[in-house]
Design a protein around this ligand. Structure first.
Ligand SMILES: [Zn+2]
Length: 574
């Protein structure tokens, strides 16, 4: 599915190359005055422990001063005074890992997610929302309408909607609703007809067209390969609006307090599309892409691709490798077996790596030989063992020190072992954790992996104690973009059922904030540019209605972003 999506993005990239003014021009011309922010909780994130300053001065897109209000006023007499009225100001949030392009893809669809991502509770909520979307957007009869994120397990009916239920509200539009898992969806009668799926259509290999009771008539649910034509059609239609969605996507990130976003696996055509948007002055936030490993050799040969360097707010930081699957899908690769049944496996079911040791070794040698930063998706501990081996092998072959400052990032590192964290310290490898799993799948992990492994999921506290600089991400669209939700899961580690997933790994709000500010800047070699409120760094700020360090830990997820400021310019205001 991902491949299809990326090749469709290519279409958008080909038709969207325009040239106009650069981002730096826009920023400078719109920000000539200085501003003093004061009378709030201004958290610098510039120290191991909590530090507040009275005032922060933004001038020409940069932080000109952080300290007492008196000194700020003395030094910047002409500055505009901005009274925070007791609100909280922090460095703008840096997204350590999400998929900007995938989030963009959801912009042209109806949000059918259950809480806390959305608000859908039952099937009537879904049908009402679909109908309202047609009315509000004046969608003519015959045009496709898409929804995403519904979850039968979270609906009060505990089942999928049927084609009849969708037909009842939208009889004259083809409709397709994508399930939250990305493995199935529901089509209405018109959509089934358009995609030529009927009673006489056999189930494709590896897929199921669900039927009505005692009948061959499809009921609307299409699973796995039976879903592919519907998804292919959907992406083809959505991609036409890609440039428009690019704007709404960055606005969405900005509304979540994010001033630097990531696209966590980007092909060459999408990289060109992003750069063209940046060069056209369209970026309001910074965007960092991780190039896909399949194109590593061609990317390294391409002299027009410059890694690690911002151009008009966009940079390609390094290369993303996907080394295993997901723990909830039981495709993450472990040294010890899953405790529950693994589909298609009868003996020693430990999941599977996505790549062989040999391929990973080759990628590491290629990347390390050219100083290309690696971001490796690993969930299971056996995959992390393979990465450690590849690291040692590449250093050996290239005669490089094991502890060179490369900042190889293990993305997710969810089920890393304590001994592996110690190796990370020795080799200057950093983990980017995914504590949102404690909430969304924590209960499943306890069942499938046992309490001991589940409790050590994304071990923020142990990593911090060892001196690592862990970040913590949403992996959106897998979980919500909202960085304060990642702070909430890191601090509370409460599952959907209310269980605590690893009491010892519940971190402090301050450390959880570091994971989306200073540590995240470090992950991208941006520590001299952003991540803390320090003189000389970019004036990237987020203003919150409440202080995450002062509210009750369970209330952190309800904190509102009031304003987001990028290089001194307000880009979002509630
Ligand atoms: Zn990802």
């Amino acid at each position: 599915m991902k491949k299809l999506f990326f090749s469709l993005i290519l279409l958008a990239a080909l038709v969207s190359c325009k040239d106009s003014k650069s981002k730096s021009e826009t920023t400078e011309s719109s920000d000539e005055t200085s501003q003093i922010f004061f009378n709030g909780d201004i958290i610098t994130m510039d120290a191991e422990t909590l530090e507040y300053v009275e005032a922060i001065v933004s001038q020409n897109g940069k932080i000109a001063f952080a300290g007492s209000k008196e000194e700020a006023e003395e030094k910047f007499g002409d500055a505009e005074l901005i009274d925070l009225k007791g609100k909280t100001l922090l460095p703008g949030f840096i997204d350590p890992h999400s998929h900007f392009a995938m989030v963009s893809n959801t912009m042209g669809q109806v949000d059918l997610n259950p809480e806390p991502v959305g608000t859908v509770k039952n099937i009537p909520d879904i049908t009402k929302r679909m109908k309202a979307y047609k009315q509000e957007n004046n969608i003519p009869d015959g045009e496709w309408i898409f929804g995403w994120g519904y979850d039968d397990g979270q609906l009060v009916e505990h089942r999928h909607p049927t084609k009849a239920e969708i037909d009842a509200v939208l009889p004259n539009n083809p409709v397709y609703l994508q399930h939250t898992s990305g493995h199935m969806g529901v089509a209405n009668s018109m959509a089934l007809k358009e995609m030529n799926v009927s009673a006489s259509t056999p189930d494709p290999d590896g897929g199921i067209i669900e039927r009505m009771p005692n009948s061959k008539e499809p009921n609307g649910l299409v699973q796995e390969t039976a879903m592919y034509p519907f998804v292919g059609n959907m992406l083809q239609i959505l991609v036409k609006d890609h440039a428009r969605h690019f704007d709404s996507t960055q606005e969405y990130y900005a509304a979540n307090g994010i001033t630097t976003a990531q696209d966590g696996m980007t092909d060459r055509n999408t990289i060109r599309f992003f750069q063209s948007q940046a060069d056209a002055g369209k970026l309001k936030i910074d965007l960092i892409a991780l190039a896909g490993y399949a194109e590593l050799q061609s990317n390294l040969n391409d002299t027009t691709l410059q890694f690690k360097t911002y151009k008009n707010g966009f940079k390609i930081q390094g290369t993303k490798i996907v080394a295993d699957g997901s723990p909830q899908g039981k495709t993450a690769f472990f040294t010890k077996p899953y405790l529950t049944e693994v589909p298609g496996c009868t003996h020693d079911c430990r999941g599977l790596p996505s790549l062989t040791q040999e391929t990973i070794n080759e990628l590491f040698v290629l990347a390390y030989g050219r100083d290309n930063q690696l971001f490796v998706h690993c969930n299971g501990d056996a995959t992390i063992d393979m990465i450690i081996k590849a690291h040692e092998n590449a250093c050996n072959i290239l005669n490089q020190p094991l502890d060179k400052d490369r900042r190889t990032i293990i993305i997710h590192a969810q089920f890393t072992r304590p001994d592996q964290l110690e190796t990370f310290v020795k080799y200057k490898i950093e983990p980017s954790f995914f504590t949102n799993h404690a909430y969304f799948w924590g209960d499943d992990h306890v069942k499938n992996l046992g309490k001991e492994r589940a409790d050590f999921l994304s071990p923020m506290v142990t990593a911090q104690r060892l001196g690592l600089k862990p970040t913590n991400h949403s992996d959106a669209t897998v979980t919500p973009v909202n960085p304060l939700f990642t702070v909430w899961t890191a601090v509370n580690r409460v599952s959907r059922s209310g269980a605590i997933i690893g009491d010892n790994e519940r971190t402090t709000p301050y450390q959880a904030l570091k994971a989306i500010t200073s540590n995240a800047a470090y992950e991208f070699f941006d520590e001299n540019l952003k991540g803390t409120l320090t003189e000389g760094k970019l004036a990237d700020f987020v203003i919150l209605d409440k202080n995450p360090l002062k509210v009750a830990p369970m209330d952190i997820k309800d904190i509102q972003v009031l304003e987001t400021i990028k290089e001194g310019v307000s880009i979002y205001k509630k």
